[in-house]
Ligand binder design. Structure first.
Ligand code: F6P
Length: 341
Protein backbone atom coordinates (compact mmCIF):
# COMPACT_ATOMS: atom_id res chain seq x y z
CA UNK A 1 0.00 0.00 0.00
CA UNK A 2 1.24 3.48 -0.86
CA UNK A 3 -0.24 6.51 0.88
CA UNK A 4 0.30 10.19 0.05
CA UNK A 5 0.13 13.12 2.49
CA UNK A 6 -0.37 16.78 1.60
CA UNK A 7 -0.81 20.10 3.42
CA UNK A 8 -3.02 22.79 1.86
CA UNK A 9 -4.05 26.38 2.62
CA UNK A 10 -2.36 28.71 5.09
CA UNK A 11 0.37 27.03 7.12
CA UNK A 12 -0.22 26.31 10.78
CA UNK A 13 1.91 25.16 13.73
CA UNK A 14 1.47 21.38 14.10
CA UNK A 15 1.40 20.41 10.41
CA UNK A 16 4.78 18.70 10.71
CA UNK A 17 3.60 16.79 13.77
CA UNK A 18 0.78 15.27 11.68
CA UNK A 19 3.18 14.40 8.84
CA UNK A 20 5.51 12.75 11.36
CA UNK A 21 2.76 10.70 13.02
CA UNK A 22 1.37 9.53 9.65
CA UNK A 23 4.83 8.55 8.42
CA UNK A 24 5.98 6.77 11.57
CA UNK A 25 2.76 4.81 12.06
CA UNK A 26 2.22 4.25 8.32
CA UNK A 27 5.71 2.94 7.57
CA UNK A 28 6.13 1.24 10.98
CA UNK A 29 3.02 -0.49 12.28
CA UNK A 30 1.31 -0.68 8.86
CA UNK A 31 4.33 -1.37 6.64
CA UNK A 32 3.17 1.15 4.00
CA UNK A 33 5.18 3.33 1.65
CA UNK A 34 4.43 6.94 2.59
CA UNK A 35 5.03 9.83 0.19
CA UNK A 36 4.56 13.56 0.65
CA UNK A 37 2.98 15.64 -2.12
CA UNK A 38 4.39 19.16 -2.37
CA UNK A 39 2.44 22.41 -2.07
CA UNK A 40 -1.09 21.25 -1.34
CA UNK A 41 -3.23 20.07 -4.26
CA UNK A 42 -0.53 21.23 -6.69
CA UNK A 43 1.41 18.07 -5.71
CA UNK A 44 -1.08 15.45 -6.88
CA UNK A 45 -1.94 17.58 -9.93
CA UNK A 46 1.68 17.73 -11.12
CA UNK A 47 3.14 14.58 -9.56
CA UNK A 48 5.55 16.63 -7.41
CA UNK A 49 6.28 14.37 -4.43
CA UNK A 50 8.99 12.95 -2.18
CA UNK A 51 9.30 9.73 -0.22
CA UNK A 52 8.88 10.07 3.55
CA UNK A 53 10.79 7.86 5.97
CA UNK A 54 11.82 7.84 9.61
CA UNK A 55 14.87 10.05 9.04
CA UNK A 56 12.81 12.68 7.20
CA UNK A 57 10.26 13.10 9.97
CA UNK A 58 11.99 12.26 13.25
CA UNK A 59 13.36 15.81 13.75
CA UNK A 60 10.26 17.77 12.67
CA UNK A 61 7.84 17.39 15.61
CA UNK A 62 8.64 20.82 17.04
CA UNK A 63 9.17 22.66 13.77
CA UNK A 64 6.57 25.19 12.57
CA UNK A 65 5.36 25.41 8.97
CA UNK A 66 5.24 22.33 6.76
CA UNK A 67 8.18 20.42 5.24
CA UNK A 68 5.91 19.66 2.27
CA UNK A 69 5.12 23.28 1.44
CA UNK A 70 1.59 24.56 1.00
CA UNK A 71 -0.52 26.45 -1.52
CA UNK A 72 -4.11 27.46 -2.09
CA UNK A 73 -4.22 25.61 -5.46
CA UNK A 74 -7.71 24.28 -6.14
CA UNK A 75 -7.90 21.44 -8.71
CA UNK A 76 -11.42 22.49 -9.68
CA UNK A 77 -10.92 26.27 -9.92
CA UNK A 78 -7.36 26.07 -11.30
CA UNK A 79 -7.86 23.12 -13.68
CA UNK A 80 -7.23 19.39 -13.67
CA UNK A 81 -9.98 18.22 -11.33
CA UNK A 82 -10.44 14.65 -10.14
CA UNK A 83 -9.54 13.24 -13.54
CA UNK A 84 -5.99 14.60 -13.48
CA UNK A 85 -5.45 13.62 -9.85
CA UNK A 86 -6.68 10.06 -10.46
CA UNK A 87 -4.27 9.84 -13.42
CA UNK A 88 -1.28 10.98 -11.31
CA UNK A 89 -2.16 8.73 -8.38
CA UNK A 90 -2.47 5.71 -10.68
CA UNK A 91 0.85 6.50 -12.39
CA UNK A 92 2.59 6.83 -9.02
CA UNK A 93 0.79 3.79 -7.54
CA UNK A 94 -0.62 5.87 -4.69
CA UNK A 95 -3.69 4.16 -3.23
CA UNK A 96 -4.95 6.83 -0.85
CA UNK A 97 -4.38 10.42 0.28
CA UNK A 98 -4.36 12.09 3.68
CA UNK A 99 -5.20 15.78 3.12
CA UNK A 100 -4.40 18.14 5.98
CA UNK A 101 -6.17 21.46 5.59
CA UNK A 102 -8.91 23.91 6.38
CA UNK A 103 -12.27 24.59 4.79
CA UNK A 104 -11.01 24.97 1.20
CA UNK A 105 -8.62 22.00 1.19
CA UNK A 106 -11.16 19.73 2.85
CA UNK A 107 -13.96 20.97 0.58
CA UNK A 108 -11.84 19.84 -2.38
CA UNK A 109 -11.10 16.53 -0.57
CA UNK A 110 -14.81 15.91 -0.12
CA UNK A 111 -15.58 16.49 -3.81
CA UNK A 112 -12.58 14.43 -4.98
CA UNK A 113 -13.76 11.56 -2.79
CA UNK A 114 -17.20 11.62 -4.42
CA UNK A 115 -15.40 11.44 -7.78
CA UNK A 116 -13.35 8.35 -6.93
CA UNK A 117 -10.23 9.54 -5.05
CA UNK A 118 -9.58 7.77 -1.74
CA UNK A 119 -9.14 10.64 0.73
CA UNK A 120 -9.14 11.05 4.50
CA UNK A 121 -9.05 14.59 5.94
CA UNK A 122 -7.26 16.10 8.92
CA UNK A 123 -8.51 19.51 10.11
CA UNK A 124 -6.09 22.43 10.55
CA UNK A 125 -6.47 26.15 10.96
CA UNK A 126 -5.25 28.66 13.50
CA UNK A 127 -8.69 30.28 13.22
CA UNK A 128 -10.47 27.28 14.87
CA UNK A 129 -13.46 27.91 12.60
CA UNK A 130 -13.92 24.41 11.16
CA UNK A 131 -17.20 22.74 12.00
CA UNK A 132 -17.43 19.19 13.40
CA UNK A 133 -14.33 19.37 15.59
CA UNK A 134 -14.10 21.02 19.01
CA UNK A 135 -10.63 22.38 18.25
CA UNK A 136 -8.17 22.47 15.38
CA UNK A 137 -4.44 22.30 16.03
CA UNK A 138 -2.61 25.60 15.52
CA UNK A 139 -5.28 27.54 17.39
CA UNK A 140 -3.71 27.04 20.81
CA UNK A 141 -0.33 28.21 19.50
CA UNK A 142 -1.83 31.30 17.85
CA UNK A 143 -3.67 32.17 21.08
CA UNK A 144 -0.44 31.81 23.08
CA UNK A 145 1.46 34.08 20.69
CA UNK A 146 -1.30 36.72 20.74
CA UNK A 147 -1.61 36.52 24.54
CA UNK A 148 2.11 36.98 25.00
CA UNK A 149 1.96 40.04 22.74
CA UNK A 150 -0.97 41.47 24.74
CA UNK A 151 0.93 40.91 28.02
CA UNK A 152 3.84 42.91 26.61
CA UNK A 153 1.60 45.64 25.22
CA UNK A 154 -0.01 46.22 28.65
CA UNK A 155 3.27 47.43 30.13
CA UNK A 156 4.17 49.79 27.30
CA UNK A 157 0.58 51.10 27.13
CA UNK A 158 0.61 51.78 30.91
CA UNK A 159 3.96 53.58 30.71
CA UNK A 160 2.73 55.99 28.03
CA UNK A 161 -0.95 56.27 29.12
CA UNK A 162 -1.98 55.14 25.65
CA UNK A 163 -4.65 52.90 24.20
CA UNK A 164 -3.25 49.95 22.26
CA UNK A 165 -5.27 48.22 19.59
CA UNK A 166 -4.10 44.69 18.79
CA UNK A 167 -5.34 43.25 15.50
CA UNK A 168 -5.31 39.46 15.40
CA UNK A 169 -6.18 37.00 12.60
CA UNK A 170 -9.72 35.79 12.02
CA UNK A 171 -11.48 36.95 8.89
CA UNK A 172 -14.77 35.17 9.50
CA UNK A 173 -14.54 33.98 13.12
CA UNK A 174 -13.29 35.72 16.25
CA UNK A 175 -11.94 32.73 18.19
CA UNK A 176 -8.34 34.01 18.42
CA UNK A 177 -9.55 37.46 19.49
CA UNK A 178 -11.94 36.00 22.08
CA UNK A 179 -9.44 33.63 23.69
CA UNK A 180 -6.35 35.86 23.59
CA UNK A 181 -8.41 38.86 24.70
CA UNK A 182 -9.82 36.97 27.68
CA UNK A 183 -6.43 35.50 28.57
CA UNK A 184 -4.74 38.89 28.21
CA UNK A 185 -7.31 40.91 30.18
CA UNK A 186 -8.38 43.10 27.25
CA UNK A 187 -10.67 46.09 27.89
CA UNK A 188 -12.62 45.37 24.70
CA UNK A 189 -12.73 42.38 22.32
CA UNK A 190 -14.20 42.82 18.83
CA UNK A 191 -15.13 39.90 16.58
CA UNK A 192 -16.54 39.55 13.03
CA UNK A 193 -19.67 37.85 14.40
CA UNK A 194 -20.77 41.05 16.18
CA UNK A 195 -20.54 44.39 14.32
CA UNK A 196 -19.43 47.00 16.86
CA UNK A 197 -20.49 50.56 17.67
CA UNK A 198 -17.41 52.80 17.60
CA UNK A 199 -19.16 55.11 20.07
CA UNK A 200 -19.58 52.28 22.57
CA UNK A 201 -15.96 51.13 22.10
CA UNK A 202 -14.74 54.71 22.68
CA UNK A 203 -16.89 54.81 25.86
CA UNK A 204 -15.28 51.62 27.21
CA UNK A 205 -11.81 52.92 26.38
CA UNK A 206 -12.56 56.25 28.06
CA UNK A 207 -13.84 54.57 31.23
CA UNK A 208 -10.71 52.45 31.38
CA UNK A 209 -8.55 55.59 31.18
CA UNK A 210 -10.65 57.18 33.92
CA UNK A 211 -9.76 54.30 36.23
CA UNK A 212 -6.09 55.02 35.42
CA UNK A 213 -5.52 51.88 33.40
CA UNK A 214 -4.30 51.87 29.82
CA UNK A 215 -6.88 50.12 27.64
CA UNK A 216 -6.06 47.24 25.33
CA UNK A 217 -8.51 46.60 22.50
CA UNK A 218 -8.24 43.22 20.78
CA UNK A 219 -9.85 43.19 17.34
CA UNK A 220 -10.18 40.32 14.87
CA UNK A 221 -9.16 41.36 11.37
CA UNK A 222 -12.69 40.67 10.08
CA UNK A 223 -14.52 42.79 12.68
CA UNK A 224 -16.62 45.60 11.20
CA UNK A 225 -18.22 48.78 12.54
CA UNK A 226 -22.02 48.50 12.72
CA UNK A 227 -22.64 51.89 11.12
CA UNK A 228 -21.09 50.83 7.79
CA UNK A 229 -18.02 53.12 8.04
CA UNK A 230 -15.41 52.50 5.32
CA UNK A 231 -12.78 50.17 6.78
CA UNK A 232 -10.31 48.34 4.56
CA UNK A 233 -10.07 44.68 5.46
CA UNK A 234 -7.39 42.02 5.15
CA UNK A 235 -7.43 40.57 1.64
CA UNK A 236 -8.70 43.80 0.02
CA UNK A 237 -6.46 45.78 -2.32
CA UNK A 238 -5.27 49.24 -1.30
CA UNK A 239 -4.76 52.25 -3.58
CA UNK A 240 -1.42 50.77 -4.77
CA UNK A 241 -3.02 47.43 -5.69
CA UNK A 242 -1.29 45.63 -2.78
CA UNK A 243 -3.26 42.97 -0.91
CA UNK A 244 -3.68 44.28 2.62
CA UNK A 245 -2.95 42.52 5.85
CA UNK A 246 -4.60 44.51 8.58
CA UNK A 247 -6.85 47.52 8.37
CA UNK A 248 -9.48 47.63 11.04
CA UNK A 249 -6.87 47.94 13.83
CA UNK A 250 -5.36 51.16 12.48
CA UNK A 251 -8.80 52.56 11.73
CA UNK A 252 -9.85 51.89 15.33
CA UNK A 253 -6.70 53.42 16.80
CA UNK A 254 -7.27 56.61 14.76
CA UNK A 255 -10.96 56.81 15.71
CA UNK A 256 -10.23 56.18 19.41
CA UNK A 257 -7.57 58.90 19.49
CA UNK A 258 -9.98 61.34 17.84
CA UNK A 259 -12.87 60.49 20.14
CA UNK A 260 -11.02 60.23 23.49
CA UNK A 261 -8.25 62.76 22.94
CA UNK A 262 -5.72 60.15 24.12
CA UNK A 263 -2.82 58.72 22.18
CA UNK A 264 -3.52 55.36 20.53
CA UNK A 265 -1.36 52.90 18.65
CA UNK A 266 -2.23 49.88 16.50
CA UNK A 267 -0.27 46.63 16.33
CA UNK A 268 -1.03 44.04 13.64
CA UNK A 269 0.20 40.61 14.75
CA UNK A 270 -0.31 39.07 11.30
CA UNK A 271 1.70 36.01 10.37
CA UNK A 272 3.64 35.84 13.64
CA UNK A 273 0.51 34.00 14.84
CA UNK A 274 1.12 31.25 12.29
CA UNK A 275 4.87 30.84 12.60
CA UNK A 276 7.22 28.92 14.84
CA UNK A 277 7.04 26.07 17.29
CA UNK A 278 3.65 24.56 18.17
CA UNK A 279 2.58 24.42 21.83
CA UNK A 280 2.57 21.06 23.61
CA UNK A 281 -1.23 20.94 23.28
CA UNK A 282 -1.05 21.41 19.48
CA UNK A 283 1.75 18.84 19.12
CA UNK A 284 -0.35 16.23 20.94
CA UNK A 285 -3.58 17.05 19.07
CA UNK A 286 -1.81 17.05 15.68
CA UNK A 287 -0.05 13.77 16.49
CA UNK A 288 -3.32 12.11 17.55
CA UNK A 289 -5.06 13.32 14.36
CA UNK A 290 -2.22 11.82 12.30
CA UNK A 291 -2.40 8.45 14.06
CA UNK A 292 -6.18 8.25 13.66
CA UNK A 293 -6.01 9.28 9.99
CA UNK A 294 -3.76 6.25 9.37
CA UNK A 295 -6.39 4.01 10.99
CA UNK A 296 -9.14 5.55 8.84
CA UNK A 297 -7.12 4.81 5.67
CA UNK A 298 -6.39 1.27 6.87
CA UNK A 299 -10.15 0.73 7.44
CA UNK A 300 -10.94 2.15 3.98
CA UNK A 301 -13.09 4.78 5.70
CA UNK A 302 -12.65 7.40 2.97
CA UNK A 303 -14.58 10.67 2.88
CA UNK A 304 -14.10 11.09 6.61
CA UNK A 305 -12.12 13.53 8.73
CA UNK A 306 -10.53 13.06 12.13
CA UNK A 307 -12.16 15.30 14.74
CA UNK A 308 -11.83 16.12 18.42
CA UNK A 309 -14.96 15.57 20.50
CA UNK A 310 -14.30 16.26 24.15
CA UNK A 311 -11.05 14.37 24.68
CA UNK A 312 -11.76 11.67 22.06
CA UNK A 313 -10.64 11.57 18.44
CA UNK A 314 -13.53 10.45 16.26
CA UNK A 315 -14.26 10.25 12.52
CA UNK A 316 -16.89 12.50 10.96
CA UNK A 317 -18.02 12.78 7.32
CA UNK A 318 -16.07 15.44 5.39
CA UNK A 319 -19.45 16.86 4.36
CA UNK A 320 -20.19 17.67 8.00
CA UNK A 321 -16.80 19.32 8.47
CA UNK A 322 -17.23 21.69 5.54
CA UNK A 323 -20.98 22.35 5.85
CA UNK A 324 -20.64 25.58 7.81
CA UNK A 325 -18.04 27.68 9.60
CA UNK A 326 -17.90 27.46 13.37
CA UNK A 327 -18.29 31.02 14.60
CA UNK A 328 -18.25 32.47 18.12
CA UNK A 329 -21.70 31.96 19.67
CA UNK A 330 -23.43 34.89 21.40
CA UNK A 331 -23.17 33.28 24.84
CA UNK A 332 -19.39 32.91 24.55
CA UNK A 333 -19.08 36.57 23.57
CA UNK A 334 -21.33 37.56 26.48
CA UNK A 335 -18.85 35.92 28.89
CA UNK A 336 -16.09 38.21 27.59
CA UNK A 337 -18.32 41.31 27.63
CA UNK A 338 -18.53 41.16 31.45
CA UNK A 339 -14.96 42.54 31.51
CA UNK A 340 -15.34 45.34 28.95
CA UNK A 341 -14.61 48.91 29.95
O1 F6P B 1 -7.01 31.04 7.32
C1 F6P B 1 -5.97 31.34 8.17
C2 F6P B 1 -5.52 32.74 8.01
O2 F6P B 1 -4.47 32.81 8.88
C3 F6P B 1 -6.53 33.87 8.26
O3 F6P B 1 -6.81 34.14 9.59
C4 F6P B 1 -5.86 35.02 7.54
O4 F6P B 1 -6.78 36.01 7.19
C5 F6P B 1 -5.32 34.34 6.34
O5 F6P B 1 -5.03 33.01 6.72
C6 F6P B 1 -4.11 35.00 5.74
O6 F6P B 1 -3.74 34.29 4.60
P1 F6P B 1 -2.46 34.56 3.71
O7 F6P B 1 -1.29 34.01 4.44
O8 F6P B 1 -2.73 33.81 2.45
O9 F6P B 1 -2.36 36.04 3.55
Amino acid sequence: MRVGVLTGGGDCPGLNAVIRAVTLKGTGERGWDVVGFRDGWRGPLTGSMRPLGVDDVEPILTRGGTILGSSRTNPYADGGGAERILEVLAAEHVDALIAIGGEDTLGVAERLCREGVNVVGVPKTIDNDLGATDYTFGFDTAVHIATEAIDRLHTTAESHHRALVVEVMGRHAGWIALHSGMAGGASVILVPERPFSIEQVAGWVQSRFEREYAPIVVVAEGAQPADGAEVLQTGEKDAFGHVRLGGVGQWLADELARRTGKESRAVVLGHTQRGGTPTAYDRVLATRFGLHAVDAVADGDFGTMTALRGTDIVRVPLTEATAELKTVPAERYAEAEVFFG
